[in-house]
Write a protein that binds this ligand. Structure first.
Ligand code: NDP
Length: 383
């Protein structure tokens, strides 16, 4: 049993019934699943690390509940497990990586490592990726730059799920942007979010754990705002009878044009400029030539100013914000990345919560691909 709850924080409270499992055993299991499917060991390790990091950070929408999706992509041959990823364009600080239909996580990590190398040389490195697949949480890659004292930016387009402002059909992807900057002491600043009101994974998880979708997330094909049963709404989105709303909502009045505009920007970089697909031409993970595109940017702070000076200035900004008058409705004043980091520290200590429906799904995958679901359970919350 967990006794030191006073010190623990989770940004996403688990919904019973659930078990808690250790991050290491979960990562080992996910890696085994992908290796069993023929994915190279190093690549399987990357996918497992991205997915389990999402769960550690409290982003279960993009955690191991997504294993099923990538397994399906590999099984149907849409995801190439033996890709030859190469720089199709390599010009000074910029480049375009052709991912050869491989796993998006592997492609994005490779692209960010190249961007970091270029940033070390030129001050900035910008690598676009084409012919890729879904890459999970955008922030994972931005944080790789932070590990090297750089600023990291990561964006991706995705299959179309979101209504463009003034329309009711799925056209835009949920197109997240992550921005990460190092701080003198952890946690780093990490802003990482979709450009839709919510990512579809959140609605998927709500369905799996029996929660309801509130009004304001999803619009029906007649312009009606849908709410209630998350499974039903997720099905309606899948059947193209509904679309997720852009960040800001469904009208200009609430700023929906801003969410749409930013998602368009991401799509111009990740889709149009990279040579990948854009808008409704981007495929789901089980679609051949899904042609998802990403943008990975690294900025070497030391080429702009002394790293120490940057840290001082950023801390000054953080303390400005922390000393603002708090709203009576807010539990705390947070800097982006703090909740994710605290959740990660907590879950490294007490384990990652897995809803039983999600654990059941993983067990089924395990038996299908012939590996054991031998995660280490540290706690059970069955009621
Ligand atoms: P959230 O709405 O959960 O969070 C967005 C950002 O806001 C986070 O950086 C979060 O920091 C920060 N934040 C949250 N609350 C506060 C607060 N009160 N004060 C200050 N900052 C705050 O993200 P989404 O649900 O939109 O996205 C979840 C994940 O899904 C992301 O990792 C994204 O990359 C991924 N995604 C991936 C897609 C793909 O196609 N690959 C598509 C769509 C999304 P903190 O984490 O510290 O709370």
């Amino acid at each position: 049993m967990v006794t030191d709850t006073y010190l623990l924080f989770e940004k996403e409270r688990p919904t019973p019934p659930y078990i808690r499992v250790t991050a290491n055993s979960l990562k080992r299991f996910v890696k085994e699943v992908f290796v069993a499917l023929g994915v190279r060991e190093g690549d399987a390790e990357v996918v497992a690390d991205v997915l389990v990091t999402a769960d550690l950070m409290g982003v279960s929408s993009h955690g191991v509940q997504r294993v099923e999706r990538y397994v399906a992509g590999i099984e149907c041959g849409a995801v190439n497990i033996d890709p030859e990823m190469r720089l199709a364009v390599d010009s000074g600080a910029v480049g375009v990586l052709d991912a050869d239909n491989g796993l998006g996580h592997v492609a994005a990590l490779k692209a960010m490592m190249i961007a970091i190398e270029k940033a070390g040389q030129f001050g900035a490195g910008v690598i676009l990726v084409r012919r890729s697949h879904h890459y999970g949480i955008a922030g994972y890659y931005a944080l790789k730059a932070v590990e090297r004292g750089m600023i990291g930016i990561s964006m991706t387009n995705s299959e179309s799920l979101v209504a463009y402002i003034g329309t009711v059909e799925r056209y835009l992807g949920t197109n997240p942007i992550a921005f990460a900057a190092p701080r003198r002491h952890p946690p780093p600043l990490l802003y990482d979010g979709a450009l839709s009101v919510v990512p579809v994974g959140k609605i998927e998880v709500y369905g799996k754990v029996g929660k309801e979708v509130p009004a304001g997330w999803v619009i029906g094909s007649n312009g009606e705002i849908l709410q209630g049963d998350a499974r039903r709404i997720h099905e309606a989105i899948k059947k193209r009878e509904a679309a997720i709303l852009p960040l800001g909502g469904y009208l200009e009045e609430f700023g929906g044009h801003k969410g749409s505009g930013l998602a368009l920007m991401v799509d111009v970089l990740c889709g149009v400029l990279s040579g990948a697909a854009w808008g409704s031409h981007v495929g789901y993970t089980t679609v051949k030539n899904a042609n998802v595109g990403h943008t990975l940017i690294a900025l070497d702070i030391s080429k702009f100013m002394e790293l120490g000076e940057f840290y001082d200035r950023l801390e000054h900004m953080v303390s400005d914000i922390k000393s603002l008058r708090k709203s009576p409705w807010a539990e705390n004043i947070w800097i982006p990345g703090e909740k994710a980091w605290l959740t990660m520290q907590t879950r490294l200590k007490i384990g990652i919560p897995l809803h039983l429906n999600i654990a059941e799904g993983l067990k089924k995958i395990a038996s299908k691909v012939g590996v054991k679901f031998d995660v280490e359970v540290v706690e059970e919350h069955l009621t």
